[in-house]
Design a protein around this ligand. Structure first.
Ligand SMILES: *[C@@H]1O[C@H](CO)[C@@H](O)[C@H](O)[C@H]1NC(C)=O
Ligand SMILES: *[C@@H]1O[C@H](CO)[C@@H](O)[C@H](O)[C@H]1NC(C)=O
Ligand SMILES: *[C@@H]1O[C@H](CO)[C@@H](O)[C@H](O)[C@H]1NC(C)=O
Length: 291
């Protein structure tokens, strides 16, 4: 008797293992940030392979390092060419993990892809409401700039050909931002445009929206930008739920939240460039969304 039921149990176990293997995990596509590339994500890829064996992890090798300064719409089009076929292949959808500036690239991709099948969209310390701070990391691009003056470089036709300027959000020069910004202000619906409804529909196609960031990031300024918060004209941080675009549900954020699709994780003591290699962050706020 005992032997028989053991045998049965073994069978069940084996078939469930087989089931998982056949069924598999959805592929994970990683989009890197400013001044980096696939090699910075080797550790994250190894975390995924360890916890979800057999997952296809693709870190897109494009616009690496200094090329990451190229305008974000160009990057969206480039990344799309790689990611779209991966989506087409994945009948059950894919997961996207997008780091820092890469998060803004991913937002552009999702907004403009009619048939995306992104299941979990994970933004890892991404300046979703923009950036207002010249931190050491950005000195490569703006060596002698103080934040009060960057708008002069960014808020014009030529400036918008630099990625950082596509999301530079100076709270003291709001009008010029709205007038000259060619990227973030469109995605966040801060200015009216004909694609807004369509982009909103596509954004609502996300099944799980995961926001990760924290106060010790040291690069994203204010760090709450990683959670859709931002400075007002006083440089006081206004949290996501008090933002106009949330209250008016301009690009779908409130609807996703109401649907229970929005997850927010805040971690202390994580420096910007260490988000993707921190096992605590992975285990607590990434792993479970990658099934
Ligand atoms: C799509 O799937 C086929 C068959 O598994 C594979 O050979 C091909 O490399 C895949 N293409 C992409 C872009 O993932
Ligand atoms: C700016 O800050 C002051 C003092 O902290 C506050 O009374 C005022 O309402 C703020 N203005 C805005 C636009 O938030
Ligand atoms: C990883 O994240 C945890 C959680 O916030 C933090 O306490 C720890 O210091 C981090 N480790 C590193 C190496 O950044």
């Amino acid at each position: 008797m005992r032997g028989k039921s053991d045998h049965f149990l073994q069978c069940v176990m084996i078939s469930s293992v087989l089931f998982v293997m056949v069924n598999g995990y959805r592929p994970v596509v990683i989009v890197h940030g400013l001044f980096d590339g696939p090699r910075q994500f080797i550790k994250l890829a190894s975390f995924i392979s360890k916890t979800h064996p057999g997952t296809k992890v693709i870190t897109v090798d494009m616009y690496d390092d200094m090329n990451s300064l190229k305008p974000l719409w160009d990057q969206v089009n480039g990344f799309k060419k790689i990611i779209q076929p991966i989506m087409k292949n994945a009948t059950d959808g894919i997961h996207l993990i997008c780091f820092s500036q890469g998060g803004l690239v991913c937002r552009g991709i999702i907004a403009t892809l009619p048939k995306h099948n992104v299941h979990s969209m994970i933004f890892l310390s991404s300046p979703l409401s923009g950036q207002y701070g010249v931190t050491s990391y950005m000195m490569h691009a703006f060596p002698k700039c103080i934040k009060q003056l960057v708008y002069q470089l960014c808020y014009n036709f030529l400036g918008q050909k630099i990625s950082i300027c596509n999301f530079w959000n100076d709270p003291h020069h709001r009008e010029r931002y709205l007038k000259s910004n060619k990227y973030l202000a469109l995605l966040n619906g801060e200015i009216e445009h004909p694609n807004l409804n369509e982009w909103r529909e596509h954004f609502l196609g996300i099944k799980k929206l995961v926001l990760i960031g924290g106060p010790d990031d040291g690069v994203i300024t204010p760090w709450q930008s990683s959670h859709f918060g931002f400075y007002n004209s006083n440089e006081t941080v206004v949290e996501m739920k008090e933002q106009d675009w949330y209250l008016k549900d301009v690009f779908g954020l409130k609807t996703l939240d109401a649907r229970g699709a929005l997850v927010q994780c805040v971690f202390s003591d994580v420096k910007h460039i260490l988000w993707h290699s921190n096992i605590t962050v992975y285990e607590n706020c990434i792993e479970k969304w990658l099934t």
